[in-house]
Design a protein around this ligand. Structure first.
Ligand code: NAD
Length: 419
């Protein structure tokens, strides 16, 4: 089965089912969490620069608001589907619960190839999408953030459109904004930085030294390029990096500083040239012998068709849902440890939460406070997951889901059912 044949929502629910079986969770709770609270499908018409009208498909999904307002990114990609957005919203519910943030889970997206639009078209698309989903978002309803294909500028347009519609400036409607309009220091690098804290904690447990370990990374965007920098700065040899347009490999190790500069100017890595560099495919990347594999692109990239080829010690999941449940089983048999997405990449939502808190209080923190508080929250979650996994002989993923779902189940019980 190709990775694209895997239904992302079914795949996400499987991970909950595995955890639910482990703790004999009430089937009513499983059924409750196997559905999304609400989903909105919108048509997003825009005028192209040449005067033509084009209509894009957009979505916003709240998976759960049981523990607080919904929180989740907005993805622009030609592959976005309703089931993908539902799966990503579902994951956010468990991620915010795992970190004990007072938030639920949501996600949004537009099915669009951003490379085919001009900057003005992208702005019109974002503003019209915001207008279409306006009743579903707000600081105490649902707070979007960047995801694949969107960035701080996208958040600025959403914040401005929302504020103009409400007649006042409301920075807390989105996170991941530019700092000048209520964004937080440390947010743009938070996901990659948080991944690094978690990886270091894992290496401490396993008595691994990062220096001289090797890694490959799929994705060199907002997440992949930042974890690459942390790994590189700590002596990890990064031998392969893959993007949607192509990938590069060097057994000598890639110069991440040079690649980040190249990417800033050229938007993609595939044409980067140096003597020792070879072009590679995704298949080659995942089969490369190394210590750490970092999927930081999209879903289901490690699946039953390639999991057996992996030849590494650790998988650090920067992407959301990069590993299927079938692949998880194969990896367990090979003694490869997967540090699960809802833990590994949770630094992003953690600092998004800090941004939201800062906006609401109109009082801003410095980078030291942001990184210290993020580290404390992430390491607490890591130790809870690690300890439970060790005590009950669970995978880290199942342990993370057990902890997250137990908190959500408790919240459901306490709130009771309306009416
Ligand atoms: P991005 O758009 O900044 O970068 C995505 C990268 O992945 C690009 O380098 C792109 O070329 C590559 N890519 C996309 N599809 C690919 C494919 N099929 N094969 C190889 N490479 C491919 O996105 P991002 O914000 O870095 O997000 C990456 C992943 O991390 C997503 O799964 C996202 O949901 C997850 N994530 C992001 C954040 C965040 O704060 N941005 C937080 C948590 C999780």
């Amino acid at each position: 089965m190709s990775s694209l044949d895997i239904n992302p929502f079914k795949s996400a629910k499987k991970k909950l089912n595995i955890a639910a079986e482990e703790i004999n969770l009430d089937q009513n709770i499983v059924n409750y969490l196997s559905r999304v609270e609400r989903a909105l499908l919108v048509s997003v018409p825009i005028k192209r620069d040449n005067g033509d009208l084009e209509i894009f498909q957009g979505y916003r999904v709240h998976h759960s608001t049981i523990r607080g307002p919904a929180k989740g990114g907005i993805r622009y990609s030609p592959e976005v589907t309703l089931d993908e957005v539902k799966a990503l919203a579902f994951l956010m519910t468990f991620k915010t619960s795992l970190l004990e943030l007072p938030l639920g889970g949501s996600k949004g997206g537009i099915r669009v190839d951003t490379k085919s639009l001009s900057i003005n078209e992208l702005e019109r698309l974002t503003r019209r999408y915001t207008a279409e989903i306006i009743n579903m978002i707000g600081p105490d309803i649902d707070i979007p953030a960047p995801d694949m294909g969107t960035d701080a500028q996208t958040m600025a347009w959403i914040m401005d459109t929302y504020s103009m519609q409400k007649g006042r400036t409301i920075p807390g409607v989105v996170t991941g904004k530019p700092i000048e309009i209520g964004g937080s220091v440390g947010r743009s690098g938070a996901t990659g930085t948080g991944m690094f804290y978690i990886l270091k904690a894992m290496c401490n447990k396993l008595d691994y030294r990062l220096k001289n370990m090797s890694a490959v990374i799929q994705g060199f965007g907002k997440v992949g390029s930042i974890i690459a920098k942390h790994l590189y700065d700590h002596g990890v040899k990064i031998i392969g990096i893959m993007e949607s347009t192509g990938g590069i490999y060097s057994s000598n190790g890639l110069n991440i500083e040079a690649l980040r500069k190249w990417k800033a100017q050229n938007n993609e890595l595939k044409d980067y040239k140096e003597n020792s560099i070879k072009q590679i495919t995704n298949e080659d990347l995942f089969a490369t012998p190394c210590d750490i594999v970092v999927p930081a692109a999209t879903e289901n990239q490690i699946n039953s068709s390639n999991a057996a080829d992996l030849d590494c010690k650790l998988i650090l999941e920067g992407a959301n849902s990069p590993t299927t449940s079938k692949a998880d089983k194969i990896l367990e048999e090979k003694d490869i440890i997967a540090i699960p997405d809802i833990l590994a990449n949770s630094g992003g939502v953690c600092v998004s939460y800090f941004e939201y808190v800062q906006d609401i209080n109109a009082y801003f923190w410095n980078l030291e406070r942001i990184n210290n508080e993020m580290r404390n929250i992430l390491l607490k979650a890591f130790h809870e997951v690690y300890t439970l996994a060790a005590e009950r002989e669970l995978s880290l993923r199942t342990a993370a889901y057990v902890i997250a779902v137990s908190r959500i189940a408790k919240a459901i019980e306490l709130r009771g059912l309306f009416p």
